[in-house]
Design a protein around this ligand. Structure first.
Ligand code: PLP
Length: 400
């Protein structure tokens, strides 16, 4: 009965909230729960970042920062975009935010009017549709099929675009599917976008450095420079540098958009923590080989987990080309009953029973708009992953 803003009415409740509460309760009761539910690197942040943040603090870099970002970090980000993505952004075309998430929020807040549509390829990271809806927008899910390795096709995109479309969200490497888009895919998508000049593109490239088997991430704005003035390229320190808690994200985009986003940020949070920004500058200067070493570890873990999943009856698993998740299909197991007597009618039932009976915490695919799947993070040690797979396999074998 407490009155909340209209804007919050009807927002989807992520299926993950009840799950994590349950996992916490089990842990508190002394149960050894293996959590593969979080999207967080298990590596430490670069020591250079910690040292730089400490030094910044000692040297008095503790005052209000400029809202849009410290000049040194903007310069480091501009260099990163140029060297790694072939994208040239001036300082006024760059914004530093409290993680990639705040930049998504700022961008939607700056552009979405009630009824505007945001095309969100499925499966999607939960925050895009929620933030779009918070702004009065309408999320338009567009299926990406497992048979297409969860890639967005140009045909599916073309069908989804209407006169009300404001944004296309392009999150590849994708959370949760691990799908990537290669140059050909991006060229086909760019061709569709050329016929729809009213559509902005949010290229969320936060998993860019986590691509496997020698594949390399390609930025849409570099494939289609003629579209650069309507592409917002979002990235951040969280995944590539294992700096989730520092809350530093960055983006490059058209200046009028960046200006409006900066103004929103000014009224929401002001600039980003000075010490975190100093840490980000130092991290961006660390050798890429270190990032690559983490990526290679994720790739080995992916192989371990995907092989184990493919051995389980009733489970399918596309090989993720990037990010650090496995996204197996469990549709063939629905309709069964668990050893503990739970009816497994949905992926949410599956995840709940798996947690309660086998003590492995995963995220049901429904949370990402893709029923019949579950997401497992492979950002955990080999030993934990092996143990989790053993428990999952055992759980599945006892379904009747
Ligand atoms: N984009 C995607 C696809 C993500 O998975 C995440 C984090 O889970 C983010 C953006 C936000 O990252 P952060 O706000 O930690 O920079």
């Amino acid at each position: 009965s407490f009155r909340l803003a209209q804007r919050l009415h009807g927002l989807p409740q992520p299926a993950t909230i009840a799950m994590s509460a349950k996992a916490r309760a089990l842990r508190a009761a002394g149960v050894d729960v293996i959590s593969l539910a979080l999207g967080e690197p298990d590596f430490p942040s670069p020591p250079e970042a910690v040292e730089a943040a400490y030094q910044a603090g000692l040297h008095g870099d503790t005052k209000y920062p400029p809202v849009g970002g410290q000049p040194a970090l903007k310069a480091a980000v501009a260099r990163k975009f140029l060297d790694e993505n072939g994208l040239s952004y001036a300082p006024e075309e760059i914004l530093i935010g409290n993680g990639g998430k705040q930049l998504i929020y700022n961008a939607f807040a700056a552009t979405i009017d009630p009824g505007d549509e945001v095309i969100v390829p499925v499966p999607y990271w939960v925050s895009y549709p929620i933030i779009a809806q918070m702004m009065g927008g309408v999320a338009v899910p567009v299926p990406c099929l497992e048979s297409d390795r969860f890639r967005l096709t140009a045909e599916a995109l073309r069908e989804a675009i209407t006169s009300r479309t404001r944004w296309l969200v392009l999150n590849f490497p994708n959370n949760p599917s691990g799908a990537i888009l290669e140059r050909d895919d991006l060229e086909a998508i760019a061709a569709v976008l050329r016929d729809a000049p009213h559509v902005l593109v949010m290229a969320d490239e936060i998993y860019e450095h986590l691509t496997f088997d020698g594949r390399r991430h390609v930025s849409l704005a570099s494939v289609a420079p003629d579209l650069k003035d309507r592409i917002l390229t979002i990235n951040g320190m969280a995944k590539a540098y294992a700096m989730t808690g520092w809350r530093v994200g960055f983006c490059g985009g058209p200046q009028p958009l960046i200006k409006a986003m900066t103004s929103i940020q000014s009224n929401a949070t002001s600039g980003i923590c000075t010490l975190a920004q100093a840490g980000a500058v130092a991290a961006l200067a660390t050798p890429g080989a270190r990032r690559d070493a983490m990526r290679d570890v994720y790739q080995q873990r992916r192989d371990l987990v995907v092989a184990a999943l493919r051995d389980m009856p009733g489970v399918t698993c596309a090989l993720p080309d990037g990010a650090f998740y496995a996204f197996p299909g469990i549709g063939a197991l629905l309709g069964k009953t668990s050893a503990g007597g739970r009816a497994i009618m949905t992926d949410i039932d599956f995840a709940e029973a798996l947690l309660e009976e086998a003590h492995v915490s995963v995220v049901p695919g429904s949370a990402f708009g893709q029923a019949g799947y579950i997401r497992l993070s492979v950002a955990a040690s080999d030993a934990l992953l092996q143990q989790a797979c053993t428990r999952l396999g055992q759980f599945i074998l006892t379904l009747a």
